[in-house]
Design a protein around this ligand. Sequence first.
Ligand SMILES: [Zn+2]
Length: 187
Amino acid sequence: MSDRVPLTGEPLALDLVNTRPSTGDLLATPADLRAWLALQADRLPGETHETAELTATDLAAVRAVREHTAAAIACARRGERPPASALDGLNRAQHAAPAVKELSWNGTTTVAVRRRTGPAGVRLAAWLAEAAADLLADPAIGRVRRCEAEDCVMLFLPAHPRRRWCAADRCGNRARVARYYRRHKTG
Ligand SMILES: [Zn+2]
């Protein structure tokens, strides 16, 4: 698996933090962000799929949310108090595009859909900040782990307590190969 392919499938807030592996930044351009959003399409509200208009400013807003999320998770997963600046940053990102339950009639029944107001990039940053809030306030945050591979900074929430790698086909294999060579060099 290429290091340029973002990992997905962890809680959204972890997937976001994991776009910053030790090998570089996978959200370096608005095009990178569009590609990442396409991977996450089923986990974000429909309104965030209008991604054609994303700009460098929108990317900066998402990256700011990512930094605050990373800083807060690094502490919270150890049971420590997150930096106030990180929590403030996540709160501000949500305030910038408040959510309302918008009512409409679909022909047979009244439906309520949560929507955010504001420019597309600001709304996107707000949804991502909300995903971070959900994870930070979840007791599961204490189970978030960092991949055991030496040079890997990926975070994951193990479904199984024995899980050690962010991805078996990425770090799991590399670790097995490294162990093999160590054994055969010394033995
Ligand atoms: Zn890893």
